[in-house]
Write a protein that binds this ligand. Structure first.
Ligand code: HEM
Length: 507
């Protein structure tokens, strides 16, 4: 045999050896994964014994896709207080929807469930929504003054201006046979409002069209994050970044960040102007972004650029998308219940019919409209579920218990549709919120509760009232019977087929 063929054989033997070794390593890894899968599934099955579950696939779990909310309605009736939901063969959580159960969890200080919330980090970073522990406490204390009464009061006029711009745009759909998908208009309006109020941004978001790509990016991220949470493979960053969803998510995050960076840059530039700076310094209380920028300017501040960006990304998203969902569903509820719509209109006409501008003081004088908004938030909670990971064992009032490490999902959607809490839960009945009607402290939680409740609750309620009041003054709302919206679970509640309304001009 020649020298050449001998060395070729030796090389081939070397390659073969490497292949053998790689094969062995892959086999070992797979074996390790299989054992891990088996043991964690076994642990979960044992742990969740006291919490029944609808039948599910051993690997794909309940795999409910866009039918999650519809299934929830059956589970609430079948499994009192709580049940288990399998997202994957070895990934499961306990869903709770009983007020006493929820009260127990919201009274504790368990962290946000990392397997769920951490997937949002590339998008909104560690802002108030995702932070835990001491840093969350410091940021919450720093940002709470941005929602003080003194700050919120002048926002009512800003909100009214933005709503009127939206209503002017909607005029083109008046008295037509076809309907208009309103969530897109409402989203731009709520984005403009939060940008003007919290970020001192003076542009015309609704008219210049530049922010539509941001809204689209948020729409994509809302769905992509929801599906990522439910796909075990996608929890791995490398696999996700190689997938088409991962690439889309990366592009959407980039777009969202460009939008927020621009807002920060603009405000920083405005504050370079001595006149503006002096005026802001003299204010007793600062707007949201100014609080952050001033905190950064202070010597020794622990607020990094990354922290600041995370807070801006968090509030830009939370501050507009949730309210847009809440407003759109409320308008849909009023369109399908003309008698309640008319009662609200009469109430609003009594206050604003003579041309009086809407103001902070008047917002407290719309009891019926407020009852209708609350009833819509009950039927269509914009944030359908939040999750915690138990950091110590818990025992619920009926004696059932769960160990440390379990993920507990507080399903506000299921709570609000629980027939033991709300008789005839599917019926839109604003009288449930009449002032003399009492209810469990944890029966109605669109804004969650406890220390991690929504910081923007009052802002959101004001914006909803202003929008509903001004819309009812101008239009009669009618449903589109061919496109009745179907609620669909996402991070923020959506409809499978959009939210379509027909508009009639009031005489
Ligand atoms: C109808 C509108 C809104 C609804 C239904 C809503 C609902 C909620 C819920 C359920 C939570 C708890 C989330 C969790 O535990 O994971 C929350 C937290 C939060 N919301 Fe809202 N929200 C609304 C509007 C707003 C607005 C307008 C802002 C800001 C201007 C805002 C900012 C936040 C922030 C920053 C948190 C995290 C608070 C913390 O953990 O300390 N939200 N919201």
């Amino acid at each position: 045999m020649s020298v050449f063929s001998l060395s070729t054989l030796r090389n081939l033997g070397g390659i073969f050896g490497i292949l053998q070794l790689s094969f062995l390593l892959v086999l070992l890894l797979l074996l390790f994964k299989a054992v891990h899968f088996y043991l964690s599934r076994k642990w979960l099955l044992k742990t969740f014994q006291q919490f029944p579950s609808a039948p599910s696939h051993w690997l794909f779990g309940h795999n409910l896709k866009d039918e999650e909310l519809q299934h929830l309605l059956t589970w609430v009736k079948k499994y009192p207080a709580a049940c288990s939901q399998w997202l994957w063969g070895n990934k499961a959580r306990i869903l709770i929807y009983d007020p006493d159960y929820i009260k127990v969890i919201l009274g504790r200080s368990d962290p946000k469930a990392p397997g769920i919330y951490n997937l949002l980090v590339p998008w909104i970073g560690y802002g108030l929504l995702l932070l835990n522990g001491q840093k969350w406490f410091q940021h919450r204390r720093m940002l709470t003054p941005a929602f003080h009464y003194d700050i919120l009061k002048p926002y009512v006029g800003i909100m009214a201006n933005s709503v009127n711009v939206m209503l002017n745009k909607l005029e083109q759909f008046v008295d037509q046979d076809s309907s208009v998908e309103i969530l897109q208009y409402v989203s731009l309006m709520t984005l403009e409002t939060i940008m003007k109020c919290a970020f001192s941004h003076h542009g015309n978001v609704q008219l210049d069209g530049n922010s539509s790509s941001y809204i689209k990016a948020i729409e994509d991220l809302n769905s992509l994050a929801f599906f990522r949470i439910r796909n075990a493979f996608y929890h791995n960053d490398t696999i996700y970044s190689l997938s088409s969803d991962g690439r889309l998510s990366h592009r959407a995050c980039k777009l969202a960040h460009e939008h927020t960076d621009e807002v920060i840059k603009l405000r920083k530039a405005q504050l370079q102007d001595e006149g503006v700076l002096e005026k802001v310094k003299k204010k007793r209380r600062l707007d949201f972004l100014d609080i952050l920028l001033f905190a950064k300017m202070e010597n020794g501040s622990s607020l990094s650029d990354k922290d600041l960006r995370a807070e801006v990304d968090t509030f830009m998203f939370e501050g507009h998308d949730t309210t847009a969902s809440g407003i759109s569903w409320t308008l849909h509820a009023l369109a399908t219940h003309p008698e309640h719509q008319q009662r609200c209109r009469e109430e609003v006409q009594g206050l604003l019919g003579d041309g009086t501008p809407i103001s902070w003081d008047l917002l407290d004088q719309m009891p019926y409209t407020t009852m209708c908004i609350k009833e819509a938030l009950r039927l269509y909670p914009p944030v359908p579920v939040v999750s915690r990971m138990l950091n110590t064992p818990v025992t619920f009032p009926d004696g059932r218990s769960l160990p440390k490490g379990v993920t507990v999902a507080l399903s506000f959607y299921a709570l609000h549709h629980n027939p033991d809490v709300w008789p005839n839960p599917q019926v839109f009945d604003p009288s449930r919120f009449a002032p003399d009607v009492s209810r469990h402290s944890h029966a109605f939680l669109p804004f969650s509760g406890g220390s991690r409740n929504c910081i923007g609750k009052q802002f959101a309620m004001n914006e909803m009232k202003v929008t509903v009041a001004l819309t009812l003054l101008r239009f009669e709302l009618l449903p589109d019977p061919s496109r009745i919206p179907v609620p669909m679970s996402r991070l923020v509640l959506r409809s499978k087929n959009g939210i379509h309304l027909r508009l009639k001009k009031l005489q």
